[in-house]
Design a protein around this ligand. Sequence first.
Ligand code: ATP
Ligand code: LTN
Length: 344
Amino acid sequence: MTKPIFGLASNGKKNLLSGSAPSGNLTIGNYIGAIKTWGELQAEFNCYYMVVDLHSITTRQDPKLLRERSLSFYAQYLACGLDPEKNKIFLQSHVSEHAELAWVLNCFTPFGDLTRMTQFKDKSAKHPKNINSGLFTYPVLMAADILLYDAHLVPVGEDQKQHLELTRDIALRFNNEFGETFAFPDPFIGKVGARIMALQEPTRKMDKSDPNANNTIYLLDDPKLITKKCKSAQTDSGSEVRFAEDKPGVANLLTIYSVLSGLTIPQVEEKFVGKMYGHLKVELAELVCATLAPVQARHADLMKNQDYLHSVMQKGADLAAEHAAKTLARVYDKLGFIPKGARK
Ligand code: ATP
Ligand code: LTN
């Protein structure tokens, strides 16, 4: 007999969790690598979607901007099609159990494992004046996010694969020592679009915190700007519209086109046979604008109704906190902490 899956929701569904940090504006990379997939999976799973504001302060944020952005991120999640009635959509800082479980998990994470995290190496190279401990232990907070909700599936872009492996190691280590306490999470990384590259430097990832805004298409960019950025994207020598390793610029544009159109890469190549890079850029710009127009319109409407946003945000956090409190109590019990109010 196969072993029952640990931590299923009361309706028998598996749990899914993901998040994005409000450390810059959401990009088409975040959309393709993560948020689009979240929307596609929301019917099948019991879903938790977060604005991971605690994570964002590993680099310095302007408090006023962070507040505005966190609300706008929340509205962008809804505008991208996440339904707050069917999913738990919330701000990480509204559920204090994240920070509490992170402390416990820090005590179950070897220092050496964290020194191998490539995101830490990249980010500390980018911010040499602020290599803080939070940046170093960031993956442990991410593990806490995931394990608090017994997440079985975690849809992310490829850059997060290593953090998912660390989470699995932590869960296994704890379960081996204390018996089954955490569900075991699987990453869900799309086959196409898991790593959208910077438009001007297509050998590195498109990042929301990139200081060169021409590298990035933001979900809220206006159509003129989107067109300008697509047209000025770096392409490669030659002129044939073909997906190849030695054509990273064209391959990146083809990938974006493929995901947004629903066509396969060979179908997109076929569409552009005999055409120039310029054609691809113009049609890509039209496709991106058409995809983002309804998202932008819904976002603008939602931002006019902040009472609504705050009320669904509160509900999302309350529901998430119920689940989080149960997991944390289970962990504290295993560790031997005396429950509050145990003896009245
Ligand atoms: P930062 O620059 O602050 O690290 P980020 O966009 O890399 O920003 P997050 O907002 O936390 O980081 O990422 C949210 C999700 O989007 C993650 O699952 C991440 O893997 C995915 N993602 C981010 N950038 C890309 C990209 N260029 N291509 C595909 N997926 C991406
Ligand atoms: N570290 C992730 C964001 C993140 C996340 C999570 C993603 C924080 N907690 C939990 C999935 C599940 C990043 O992309 N930078």
